[in-house]
Design a binder for this molecule. Structure first.
Ligand code: ADP
Length: 628
């Protein structure tokens, strides 16, 4: 005896969408049905612990019938009683589906069928590809007869007794006319491989193979590898396994440099298998091309490989898998990013990854250096963007310094511990490359004092120093900006000298200020110089010349900030100019000297001079004068 029941309104809504869906990725229906089967087996397995009547040879099976155009998915899981069928397959209890409906309401999804793909909509997705769906199920360990549920996805379904004896559920899809590809072995294999490969239970299918003598035979084949390597104890997973798995995740090839396998417990439960690749992918700095790097699974079912929010952007180089046991399988993929559970995973992963990096840095500096050369830059992004983890991140940075060579990178901690007692600040200069910085007059008095200087030669360093203004209670101080106070003793002496110079050369300095008015905002005597005659510096909060250069290189407008010309009071050039000035303050040579001083200062920092022709003419005139 059969009975017909009407679907609840919300089910009807979902079904309408499924039936009329134009959604392009219909393949996911199989993922949903296999996931349901796997769940059902998990439940049965659990009951089997205490009930010996329950069969234990777990499998999920796909079967096709080309004559009838049917695809059958069956399992020997827990099954359902008639009441459970009515309860589970006639109403919507799940919050994920509710969320789906709400999102639907908002976006008028009739116009945007893409929305469907963003959600796991479970069993009903079968109607994307079927005219009619039949489900025969028998509850494990129950005397109740099996029940058959069937529906064309219109407004109602029918229920009747069925003859099935084995426990479990069999779902038969009567495929729509244009969905016949789901009868093809290769197609099913492909989908299972893609979405359900790591399902713990075997997904089997009888396949036909040609024998050597051209006759055909059918054999059972397991379509999924069942190898959820992130669920296996870390000790059992070989390096070879990791290499293979990594190459599945990372399409650019390469091998993992370091593997992190771990299980989070407590407020957020998940397993993670993470890889630090040995090489950076070419698109590391192309945000528009790049997907997120982690694959998200929920209870071994693949959900997405593009879950924003799972990791902060600056850790995008980390590849791997996160398998959550907290999240519902039918979670809305669209709002995944804002899901509090995802946020928790994110925090947890960041903590773990940064701790692991610190460990590598401490125990295996060679490996760390290898890593840092590929991904150090992205960590620097973190210093600027992840305020909460700034302290951990700044400890992970490495820099070149004046006293080391280009290959010897130094952490801030190492820099600080090597500081002589009298040094109070961490000195740095930013610039385009090491060679230019090495020649910079800005280093002179610092070098004489025996202090080291950090060379910031990565463009992103300009951003780093905006956030990283202090380390271990010591200020990071740009030698190209503001006042430089070296140790207290020498400062006192220098102050005295500067005062004297100010007095002696006041008029000359005023003259230079006036003459160079268009180019610099001030002319003054310097504490930084010991050998060179002059240099250019900025005020404490001015953008650096390097920053201006970077912006221009990115084709962005950046007004040039006037800088300060500093003169070395001990340099004979100052005395010489003073002499010329005293002889005749209207001597036209003085204006030429002023211009040359400024151009020289530019050349010393590796910049180009605005009018090389005029500069060269002045030099030639000077040479001719000197020779005559
Ligand atoms: P979800 O899987 O997200 O709960 P579905 O619409 O896919 O939503 O399924 C609804 C319910 O139907 C499941 O929660 C489960 O109780 C039941 N169900 C679906 N498929 C099976 C199956 N193969 N075996 C046993 N129960 C099933």
């Amino acid at each position: 005896m059969s009975e017909t029941k009407k679907f609840k309104t919300e089910v009807q809504q979902i079904l309408d969408l499924m039936v009329h869906s134009l959604y392009s990725n219909k393949d996911i229906f199989l993922r949903e049905l296999i996931a349901n089967s796997a769940d059902a087996i998990d439940k049965a397995r659990f009951e089997a612990l205490t009930n010996s009547d329950i069969s234990k040879d777990w499998e999920i099976r796909l079967k096709t019938n080309k004559d009838d155009s049917t695809l059958t998915i069956s399992d020997n899981g827990i099954g359902m009683t008639k009441a459970e069928v009515v309860q589970n397959i006639g109403t919507i209890a799940k919050s994920g589906t509710q969320a789906f409906l709400e999102a639907l309401e908002k976006s008028k999804a009739q116009d945007s069928p893409e929305l469907i793909g963003q959600f796991g909509v479970g069993f009903y997705s079968a109607f994307m590809v079927s005219d009619k769906v039949e489900l025969v199920t028998k509850r494990a360990g129950s005397d109740e007869p099996a029940v058959r549920w069937s529906s064309t996805g219109k407004s109602s379904y029918t229920l009747e007794e069925a003859a099935r004896e084995e426990q479990g559920t069999e779902i038969t899809l009567h495929l729509k006319g244009d969905e016949k590809s789901y009868l093809e072995e290769w197609k099913l294999k492909e989908i299972v491989k893609k979405y359900s490969d790591y399902i713990e239970h075997p997904v089997k299918m009888s396949v036909t193979k040609k024998k050597d003598d051209e006759s055909e035979e059918t054999t059972d084949e397991t379509l999924n590898s069942q190898k959820a390597i992130w669920l296996r104890p870390a000790k059992e997973v070989t390096e070879e396994d990791h290499k293979n798995f990594f190459s599945q995740l990372e399409h650019f090839g390469g091998e993992p440099l370091h593997t992190i396998q771990y299980a989070a417990e407590g407020t957020s439960e998940f397993k993670a298998l993470l890889y630090l690749p040995e090489k950076a992918p070419f698109d590391l700095f192309m945000p528009e091309q790049r997907k997120q790097s982690l694959h998200l699974y929920i209870k071994r079912v693949f959900i997405t490989d593009d879950c924003k929010g799972l990791l902060p952007d600056y850790l995008r180089f980390v590849k791997g898998v996160v398998d959550s046991s907290d999240l519902p399988l039918n979670i809305s993929r669209e709002t995944l990013q804002d899901n509090p559970a995802i946020l928790k995973i994110n925090k947890n992963l960041v903590r773990k990854i940064l701790a692991e990096l610190a460990k590598i840095m401490e125990n295996d500096s060679e490996k760390y250096l290898k890593f840092y050369k590929e991904f150090g830059r992205t960590l620097k992004e973190g210093v600027h963007t992840d305020f909460q983890n700034k302290e951990k991140l700044q400890d992970l940075l490495l820099f070149e310094t004046m006293n080391g060579d280009a290959e010897k990178l130094v952490s801030l901690k190492e820099y600080v511990s090597a500081m002589p007692e009298k040094q109070k600040e961490i000195y740095y200069v930013t610039g385009e490359d090491r060679k230019v910085l090495e020649e910079s007059p800005l280093l002179e008095s610092v070098e004489k004092n025996g202090f080291d200087v950090i060379f910031m030669i990565d463009p992103i360093d300009e951003w780093v120093v905006q956030s990283l203004t202090e380390y271990d209670g010591k200020k990071l101080k740009s030698l190209a900006k503001g006042d430089v106070e070296l140790d207290a003793d020498s400062t006192k002496e220098t102050e005295k000298k500067l005062k004297k110079a100010d007095k002696e050369h006041k008029k000359l300095v005023d003259f230079l200020k006036k003459t160079l008015e268009e180019k610099v905002k001030d002319v003054r005597f310097s504490k930084r110089l010991t050998d060179s005659a002059c240099c250019l510096v900025g005020d404490e909060y001015d953008p650096s010349i390097n920053m201006e250069r970077i912006f221009r290189a990115m084709n962005q407008d950046m007004p040039a900030t006037k800088r300060i010309l500093e003169l070395n009071p001990d340099h004979p050039l100052v005395a010489g100019m003073q002499k010329t000035f005293d002889a005749s303050k209207d001597d036209p040579k003085l204006a030429d000297y002023a211009a040359m001083l400024y151009d020289q200062a530019l050349l010393l920092e590796g910049a180009s001079i605005p009018d090389p022709k005029s500069f060269s003419k002045k030099i030639t005139d000077l040479m001719v004068a000197a020779m005559s």
